[in-house]
Design a protein around this ligand. Structure first.
Ligand SMILES: Nc1nc2c(c(=O)[nH]1)N[C@H]1C(S)=C(S)[C@@H](COP(=O)(O)O)O[C@H]1N2
Ligand SMILES: [Mo]
Length: 403
């Protein structure tokens, strides 16, 4: 809707669950405790990570008045009201949204990086429902599977209502290639529901983009307009952030234009049932975690080790919960979703680190050490996830040693 802007201060933030671990208060950035992620296949909205770059918009007029303008390289611009969007076929897509900064804190330990620190929970798996972007674009004369629009558009830009300091008080924005946007199998949504409920304010009410398999930064919340453009979006988050640089690049020699904006995220996994450092007794433990890969590449397998990677065992993929949000006639499609894994292990005196690494269906594997993938924006830390173990002296082992 033209002229609509979000609040410029933090006096009207929505309520949040007190159990969230807050990494930054203003803008609000928070993640659940890692153990929370493995308690259900679909992450409850309250415990889904929240990543904002400014104050959360507050729509103080009636939802009937809300509209998205579709403009740019088109014959005619079009105002799409909520009723127009709801009229389009409704799809429910189970997709894991992951911030490119997930696991940044661990990357910073190698060598300091800029950006909000995150443990391993800057991701969540939700059922997003809404209209397909490919259907929306058809309403403005852009056909499915097209790479270029009749008026020369090659990218689809999403502009928000919020105000971010990185954009000098302007709105958050991002773009995806037109070929991605017009591909119905890519499942790009204009979502108005999350886990079967109306989207809440933190997650983009009333309407957000969901680009499955791609870093969270491209899934623009609080959508205000869609622009059909010839070049990639020139916004801060496409041009000056979320790019991957080699370790030779530092802040004094960076040339942003040499790199493309990151889109698909790589293969990732982490252990959620154990803390960073654990005091354990010898005996059986359950290792549980998540594995997910970008681009719709499913998970082939997850390997776990209790001897810091010297030997491995294959974890099993745990049963999914019943997803009640999807009706029977809507075929289940989980290629964008994570897999929860579990393995039982016998912890002994020789256990030092418990490790997980995953393989996706394209055979991609996680790198062994974070040092090898260090980059100054601290993004895409997908190194083997290790948790440290101290073996506590149970009565039994103390007896054994004192003999
Ligand atoms: N308008 C807007 N959209 C946004 C952002 C934002 O700050 N403003 N943050 C992005 C980033 S970096 C991520 S990781 C996801 C987070 O989505 P969530 O808060 O629903 O988990 O939203 C993306 N979309
Ligand atoms: Mo993000």
């Amino acid at each position: 809707m033209p002229g609509l802007t979000g609040p410029s201060d933090y006096s009207q933030e929505p309520p949040r669950h007190p159990a969230l671990l807050v990494n930054s208060k203003e803008p609000f950035n928070a993640e659940p405790h890692r153990s929370c992620l493995v308690s259900s296949y679909v992450t409850p909205v309250d415990f889904f990570y929240k990543r904002n770059h400014g104050p959360v918009p507050l729509l103080d007029h009636h939802i009937d008045k809300y509209s998205v303008s579709v403009a740019g390289l088109l014959e005619n611009r079009k105002e799409l009201y909520m009723k127009d969007i709801i009229k389009l076929p409704k799809y429910a897509v189970t997709a894991t949204l992951q911030c490119a900064g997930n696991r940044r804190t661990a990357m910073s330990k190698t060598r300091k990086v800029k950006g909000v620190g995150w443990d391993i929970s800057a991701l969540g798996n939700a059922v997003w429902s809404g209209a397909k972007l490919a259907d929306v674009l058809e309403l403005v004369g852009i056909s499915k599977h097209s790479h270029i629009s009749p008026h020369g558009g090659k990218h689809v830009e999403f502009v928000s209502i919020d105000k971010c300091k990185e954009e000098n008080g302007g709105p958050y924005k991002a773009s995806i290639p037109l070929s991605h946007a017009t591909n119905p199998e890519a499942d790009v949504l204009l979502a108005y529901e999350m886990n079967g409920e109306t989207l809440n304010r933190d997650h983009g009410y009333p309407l957000r983009v969901i680009v499955p398999g791609v870093i969270g930064a491209r899934s623009v919340k609080w959508l205000d307009s869609i622009n059909i453009i010839a070049q990639v979006c020139q916004g801060f988050f496409m041009q000056k952030d979320y790019k991957m640089f080699p370790p030779s690049v530092d802040w004094d020699n960076i040339d942003w234009s040499t790199r493309r904006p990151v889109m698909d995220f790589p293969i990732q996994s982490a252990i959620c049932s154990l803390d960073e450092v654990n005091d354990l007794r010898p005996g059986k433990i359950l290792i549980k975690g998540y594995a997910v890969s970008g681009g719709g590449r499913g998970i082939e397998r997850v390997d776990v080790s209790i001897d810091n990677g010297k030997s491995w065992a294959e974890a099993s993929k745990s049963q999914k919960d019943d997803i009640t949000y999807i009706s029977d006639d809507n075929e289940r499609n989980d290629k964008w979703a994570w897999v929860l894994f579990e393995a039982e292990a016998d912890v002994t005196d020789t256990t030092t680190h418990i490790v997980a690494k995953a393989v996706d269906i394209a055979g991609n594997i996680q790198p062994e050490n974070v040092e090898f993938i260090w980059n100054l924006r601290g993004i895409l830390n997908t190194s083997w996830h290790r948790v440290r173990v101290h073996i506590g002296s149970s009565n039994l082992s103390r007896a054994k040693y004192s003999m």
